[in-house]
Design a protein around this ligand. Structure first.
Ligand SMILES: NC(=O)c1ccc[n+]([C@@H]2O[C@H](COP(=O)([O-])OP(=O)(O)OC[C@H]3O[C@@H](n4cnc5c(N)ncnc54)[C@H](OP(=O)(O)O)[C@@H]3O)[C@@H](O)[C@H]2O)c1
Length: 329
């Protein structure tokens, strides 16, 4: 079968052996798989604990072709999305030490077929195309945990989604709007802000203009929850933009550490700073249910055939992109 392989020679599409079915597992014929920032970082050698060769891909949708156990035959021919969590563990609030993400160290979705444990399968929402369903898993569950659990989002909350052009942030914005919250966004791109307003956001400003973020927050008496993955110099401004007792949820650190942090603002206003990563298996199921309940359509940037994976990976570096980049085997 054809698969994307990252090895000492870089990223290529190669012929590799098709996986064989095993007890407790299913073979899924992949119909669509989507890129995440993680895949490109693995390609660039910037992700922790890289073990070459890598068959990347954490997001995928497909049809179950084979199962290893008689009792799992009900899954045959079902259209599924794959839960990219492996070994989350017993604590719903935090993953176990053995936790790992599909697509390294285990073989990922950027291939014609994948072998996964049957308990990783969830029926794909029927109203979504293969591309829309296949782009949902990693970004969807990360956004769900950050927004719904850590961010305690609800219809009466004022929520800021920072860097909304990001793959996870787009889902956080859509989920927050769907549940009826008042949502604002930041982005480096005015056209993305405009699109979010068309989709139901109240407004937005550039995250490069710190004074505009503070002015916006003052005009609405502060955000109850801010969802961010950048960190860096923006943190102090975002914390300043929270209402008293507000929540700042961080699920990434693209911009690294801030040079200053106003600690007095944090304790005096009783702010909560919360880390968030992916989400439990139950969060994954809850996320798919939320998508079904509100008929949330994944924003897609572009679909590439698997053979053009190099082009697709190069596109994720393009800062103008809004929406998920999808591969079709
Ligand atoms: N914890 C987890 O489980 C988890 C899961 C997925 C991702 N992540 C992390 O989350 C981050 C984003 O991942 P992703 O897959 O969504 O990546 P992505 O699609 O590449 O999104 C990155 C976005 O960050 C925004 N950004 C850049 N500089 C910013 C700044 N100074 N302030 C605010 N936003 C800024 C940009 O938004 P605009 O386009 O709007 O300018 C950009 O589109 C990465 O650090 C990734 O490692 C963590």
């Amino acid at each position: 079968m054809k698969a994307v392989i990252i090895d000492e020679d870089g990223l290529q599409v190669k012929d590799v052996e098709k996986p064989q079915v095993e007890v407790g597992r299913a073979i899924v014929k992949i119909s669509a798989a989507a890129l995440n920032r993680r895949d490109q970082w693995i390609r660039e050698g910037l992700y922790p604990k890289i073990e070459l060769p890598v068959l990347p891909g954490s997001d995928g949708c497909g049809v179950v072709q084979e199962v290893g156990d008689e009792q799992d035959k009900k899954w045959l021919n079902k259209r599924v999305v794959i839960n990219p969590n492996n070994d989350w563990g017993d604590n719903p609030n935090v993953q176990a030490r053995s936790y790992h993400i599909l697509g390294m160290p285990t073989k990922g979705t950027f291939a014609e077929y994948i072998s996964v444990p049957v308990d990783r399968l969830v029926e794909a929402p029927k109203f979504l195309t293969d591309e829309e369903a296949g782009a949902l898993p990693l970004g969807g569950v990360t956004a769900y945990n950050a927004l719904m659990n850590k961010g305690q989002a609800s219809a009466d909350k004022k929520i800021l989604i920072s860097g909304v052009g990001g793959g996870v942030a787009q889902f956080a914005m859509q989920f927050a709007i769907a549940i009826g919250a008042q949502v604002w966004v930041t982005s480096s791109k005015q056209d993305v802000i405009d699109k979010c307003v068309e989709m139901g956001a109240k407004g937005g400003v550039s995250y490069k203009e710190h004074s505009e973020i503070v002015a916006l927050s003052k005009s609405i008496k502060g955000f109850d929850t801010i969802i961010d993955s950048a960190g860096g110099e923006g943190i102090d401004t975002l914390l300043k933009s929270l209402a008293p007792n507000g929540r700042y949820v961080l699920y990434g650190a693209t911009k690294g550490l801030p040079s200053t942090l106003n600690l007095r603002n944090i304790f005096w206003n009783q702010l909560a700073i919360l880390g968030s990563t992916m989400g439990s298996d139950q969060d994954f199921v809850n996320m798919v249910q939320l998508v079904e309940k509100y008929q949330i359509k994944t924003i897609i940037d572009k679909v590439f055939p698997l053979e053009r994976a190099v082009e697709a990976f190069d596109r994720i570096k393009n800062t103008k992109v809004f929406g998920k980049i999808v591969l079709r085997p």
